[in-house]
Write a protein that binds this ligand. Structure first.
Ligand SMILES: NC(=O)c1ccc[n+]([C@@H]2O[C@H](COP(=O)([O-])OP(=O)(O)OC[C@H]3O[C@@H](n4cnc5c(N)ncnc54)[C@H](O)[C@@H]3O)[C@@H](O)[C@H]2O)c1
Length: 345
């Protein structure tokens, strides 16, 4: 299975050497980011172990690894299981720690599950590494959600941290456990604070995870998009291939050890303009329409307003920059879901 996607133009000069034959473990490896990363690691000649619980209603799916299933190992396991993690982290060179409960709304309705996965389980992983594999490099999937409502734009890494929801609080703790294990125990780690990431293999079943995933499904189904509020909220987006390259750069570069980096884009866009762009991108399949509706109260209470991340630090230190323009990324993604919708609906 292919997405007809072009290779990215990131500065991956040494990546072939950096990952060839390396033992890599991806927690959350059957999810959106994990499976796209797995595809790239396989191309680069890494040994890839995917650890995923496949909890129903989360983003994991075996179809996400269709075409590479013979080139990766899959272990259906839960990162909350300390004993399992003790065993799984052994002899890995790099751990991409991407497993997570990712719905902000769910974290408000069921805070304990979010706590267990995004917080407590992170300690299980780190303790397992401290005891059984202290030389490993860990790349943690952080989130821009931990900044909360921005005090200024674009948001850099020095911006105050004030999450607006339980998920943000637990992801912040999860990140800082990694930082503490670096500073106190010398574990090599790096955190990427990701902004809205989109692309093939993201969960589009409903609006619980990301609004962009839901919009992608609606546009493919020919349904009207709903924009909450006035549509002037600004967001930034990264195409998944660009985020995968950032994960690889962060893993390969020793200068990233102990660091936290924002992801970001040069193209911040209002939701109204995003809806119009999606409709244009879907023109060959009949376009689409949108309607502005009042903000649902449960979403409004945890909304962060405008967001635009400053990614200067990762650009200057690791040479990363986003290379896939929003229009092109949306075109690839819409084409993917037109083709494979039966596996994602
Ligand atoms: N996609 C984004 O826009 C975005 C933005 C910021 C941060 N992130 C972070 O990136 C990571 C990956 O997100 P994603 O978008 O790929 O989501 P996803 O839901 O597609 O992937 C997460 C994967 O983790 C697995 N998982 C969940 N709980 C688990 C557990 N207890 N044990 C083992 N596996 C478990 C799920 O089954 C799923 O396959 C998450 O940690 C998320 O917080 C993502």
């Amino acid at each position: 299975m292919t997405d007809d996607k072009a290779q990215s133009q990131q500065p991956m000069a040494n990546s072939q050497n950096a990952f060839s034959g390396k033992r890599t473990l991806i927690t959350g490896g059957l999810g959106f980011l994990g499976s796209n990363l797995a595809r790239r690691l396989v191309e680069l000649g890494a040994e890839v172990l995917l650890v995923d619980s496949l909890i129903p209603d989360y983003g994991g799916s075996l179809f996400n690894i269709a075409g590479i299933e013979d080139r990766v190992r899959v272990n259906i396991a839960d990162v909350r299981d300390e004993h399992g993690m003790d065993y799984l982290v052994r002899s890995q060179d790099i751990i991409f720690n991407l497993a997570g409960q990712v719905s902000h709304l769910d974290s408000m309705r069921d805070p304990y599950t979010d706590l267990e996965i995004n917080c407590r389980a992170q300690l299980s992983i780190l303790e397992a590494c401290r005891k059984h594999n202290p030389g490993v490099k860990i790349v943690y999937a952080g989130t821009r959600q931990i900044y909360g409502r921005p005090c200024y734009l674009p948001v850099d890494e020095s911006h105050p941290l004030a999450p607006t929801d339980i998920n943000g609080v637990n992801k912040l703790a999860g990140e800082w456990y990694h930082v503490v294990y670096n500073r106190v125990h010398g574990l090599r780690m790096v955190s990427l604070r990701m902004t809205n990431t989109y692309g093939p293999r993201m969960r589009v079943k409903d609006a619980r995870q990301t609004f962009i995933g839901w919009w992608l499904r609606q546009i493919v189904e020919g349904q009207e998009l709903q924009i909450f509020g006035d549509g002037r909220q600004v967001r930034d987006f990264n195409y998944v291939d660009d985020v995968v390259e950032a994960l690889l750069l962060a893993a390969a570069d020793p200068n990233a050890d102990g660091q936290i980096y924002n992801m970001g884009s040069d193209e911040s866009i209002s939701l109204l303009d995003l809806a119009e762009l999606l409709i244009e991108v879907n023109e060959v399949n009949g376009g689409g329409s949108y309607r502005i509706v009042p903000f649902p109260a449960d979403r409004k209470r945890i909304d962060i307003g405008d967001f635009h991340g400053d990614y200067t630090k990762i650009r200057t230190q690791l040479g990363w920059r986003p290379t896939v323009p929003l229009r092109e990324g949306l075109e690839r993604t819409v084409a993917f879901y037109h083709r494979y919708r039966e596996h994602y609906w």
